[in-house]
Design a protein around this ligand. Sequence first.
Ligand SMILES: [Zn+2]
Length: 132
Amino acid sequence: MSKRIGLFDALVGNDVSLFERSVINQNADELDAVVKQGDMLGGSIGALQARVVAQGRELERLRTVVGVLAGMLRDSGAIDAHVFDLRLEAMLEEQAEATRATATCLRCSRTVPAMQTELTALGPVCDRCAGQ
Ligand SMILES: [Zn+2]
């Protein structure tokens, strides 16, 4: 908590006027609010970091499952490994193109990634405008 100047100190001492006391104490209140907000944000960031780590572990497990399944399908002859690779590359390229595509929002005129829009009867609307 920030230090404040008491009324007695302001009245007795000649160093600080009542106006200065008011301003200093107001600034101390605002500083305390900012410090409190920073503490809360630090907690939120920590929670997000833990979630990102957990999601990374989950992605690793999913990657392993998909790899095992693809290997089993290839080994059993259920799929042609070459055709599988070609289709996988094509799908990854298609996803990359979709990520790069942009659209202009009808409402706010911002250019945003097309994946972050909703297509309405009149055209694309960004997620932010669609959520309003
Ligand atoms: Zn918009």
